[in-house]
Ligand binder design. Sequence first.
Ligand SMILES: [Zn+2]
Length: 83
Amino acid sequence: MMKLPRVECPSCTRSIAAGMVAGRLSKGRIWRHDAPDTRRDTTGHLLSCAGSLEIVDLPYGQMEIPISEPEPQPEPADAMALF
Ligand SMILES: [Zn+2]
């Protein structure tokens, strides 16, 4: 599973996962989340936080491509001793 960057919701200030916005690597879309006080509307549905689906700037560095290759290991000094 991909680790999503977390950003502060501009509405409720909680830390919410942000999905990627196609073509805009420095931007993220805040995932839909319930309002902090879990208010319900007149039909009984939970209300989404006003910050849901908002496009926000991602914190610097969060969208860097993770290095998947292992760090190159230095040659053991005694490698030649094996021959
Ligand atoms: Zn929110």
